[in-house]
Design a protein around this ligand. Structure first.
Ligand code: NAD
Length: 481
């Protein structure tokens, strides 16, 4: 059985790294692998390291863990490098959002037509895009055969940028948005094993093009799920919201996962409008209240990891990774249900996390064939989309790499021309702006924004953003004063 070297960059990420480490251990096919945990935050790094080692020990695993703040160490000689870092953190995103709001851009300049996802900064987090390129260049230098697995956002702009700037690096982007299909199937009481489905489009812009159950077309059953009594159970719960069905009517296919969040300004203009389409009380996760809910949840996960790490250090001989014990421990410390339920999933030894990173490694390095939803350059899969634009599509992955499925039936004309084209144009402005160092293109994004009313509004907003202390690199890159 192969042993791997996996570098995880941004290993302190509340969402990803423990799921990936947990999956690697649970998969049980990569014994004696070495996992290099890299983060700039020493405390988060230490906590994740403590939990990773303990889970490995309690599971009888044989993995080795290294914590480092050195990027080269996480990349050198790796088989896989997973990037889950958010440069500047959520604090930077909030700073930029509040500058936008001050200048008349409700929910910030990055909340735009077809891109309302609140941590999907496509042009104002220069440091994030720059880091993507730096990591890819280092892989080309230090471990040219490695796969770069891109989890950090923006996956669409990011993977397109990497494949254009560092074309020799193997890169694939993953997102979990397509699980919206499972949610639809669950609502219809369907068995996933009998469902033949496909989604296709761009990251956060994917559409259900095939839905065949037990050999029969079942798309009409999806249409029938619309209900006047629908209410969200949490801010992310929007797959069956009025917005999803409005988009289905408009574009002729069901939007899946985060795509539902990415409607147009018509549905995001203000809180009342958001509530109408995404449900009360939050108006979706990208409203102020919805995003605060998510930030609190993330904070809860980070704090829970710290609580468990402290416990492990104080009780070196006691086991903690047992579902009941871990949940009782977290509950006794006042951790809310939505948080502890998510954290204890690592202790469910017979269940992988449903993230696609480790299944990808199982396919490529151990030849265990998988069907995954991947972000890769189009290369003819979606007709009418250029080859060098990254698309999100189903593919079979095996030892020989990624083999995209034929997309059948094709996406509707409305999806391609009225949704994917404008989204692609915005991506081009951001990616070409970066590559050609043309700040003009970045400005153009704002001029095309329906919220822009004057030259001053654009100039003042961008000036304030580029003058933030975090943006010295941006100024230098675009030769701005
Ligand atoms: P987070 O801020 O909680 O974690 C990010 C980590 O990156 C932190 O530990 C931080 O210290 C670290 N970091 C920052 N700069 C770094 C650097 N230069 N080098 C190494 N590490 C660095 O953020 P999060 O909410 O966990 O999100 C992380 C990323 O994952 C975001 O881009 C987010 O949009 C993305 N995300 C992707 C998906 C998906 O399915 N693809 C889902 C959720 C979140």
């Amino acid at each position: 059985m192969p042993s791997l070297r996996v570098g995880i960059i941004g290993a302190g990420s509340a969402v990803f790294s423990l799921r990936i480490i947990g999956d690697l251990i649970k998969a049980g096919i990569f014994p004696e692998s070495g996992i290099v945990l890299m983060d700039v935050d020493r405390k988060r790094l230490e906590n994740v390291g403590v939990l990773a080692r303990r889970f490995n020990e309690e599971s009888g695993g044989n993995m080795r863990f290294i914590e480092t703040q050195n990027l080269d160490e996480a990349i050198r000689d790796s088989d896989y490098v997973v990037n889950t870092a958010l440069v500047g953190g959520h604090e930077y995103l909030e700073k930029v959002r509040s500058i936008g709001e001050k200048h008349g851009y409700y929910r910030g300049v990055e909340a735009q037509e077809f891109n309302m996802v609140s941590d999907y900064y496509t042009f104002t987090n220069f440091n994030q895009l720059n880091y993507f390129v730096k990591i890819a260049q280092k892989i080309a230098e230090l471990s040219p055969k490695a796969w770069l697995i891109q989890a950090a956002n923006p996956v669409f702009e990011g993977v397109t940028l990497i494949t254009r700037m560092v074309p020799d690096v193997n890169v694939v982007g993953f997102c979990h948005g397509h699980y919206g299909v499972h949610e639809i199937a669950r609502s219809l009481g369907m068995d996933m094993n009998k469902l033949d489905w496909q989604v296709a489009g761009f990251n956060h812009a994917i559409w259900l093009n095939r839905f065949v159950y037990d050999g029969k077309d079942a798309y009409h059953l999806v249409e029938n799920l619309e209900s006047k009594d629908w209410k969200p159970t949490n801010p992310f719960d929007d797959q069956l919201s009025p917005m999803a069905f409005e988009m289905l009517r408009k574009y002729g296919m069901m939007p899946i996962g985060d795509t539902v969040r990415n409607s147009s300004w018509r549905y995001h203009r203000n809180l009342d409008t958001k509530k109408k389409w995404y449900g009360e009380p939050w108006g979706g996760v990208d409203s102020k209240a919805g995003w605060e809910w998510y930030r609190k949840w993330l904070e809860g996960v980070v704090n829970s990891i710290e609580l468990v790490a402290d416990y492990v250090k104080q009780h070196p001989r006691e086991e903690i990774f047992e579902v009941n014990k871990l949940s009782e421990f977290l509950k006794s410390h006042g951790v809310p249900e939505s948080v502890w339920k998510s954290v204890v999933r690592i202790a469910e030894r017979d269940k992988m996390s449903a993230e696609q990173h480790v299944p990808f490694m199982m396919a490529v390095s151990a030849g265990i064939k998988q069907r995954l939803i991947v972000n890769i350059p189009n290369r003819g899969v979606l007709k009418d989309i250029p080859d060098d634009v990254v698309v999100e599509i189903p593919a079979i992955v095996d030892k020989n790499g990624i083999h995209p499925e034929e997309i059948s039936p094709p996406l509707t004309d409305e999806v391609v021309r009225m949704y994917l084209y404008p989204r692609m144009t915005r991506m081009e402005l951001a990616v070409r702006g970066f590559m050609e160092r043309k700040f003009e293109y970045i400005k153009e994004i704002l001029y095309r924004d329906p919220r822009t009313k004057s030259d001053d509004q654009v100039e003042n907003t961008l000036q304030e953003i580029i003058n933030l202390p975090e943006n010295v690199g941006l100024k230098k890159h675009y030769l701005l004063s």
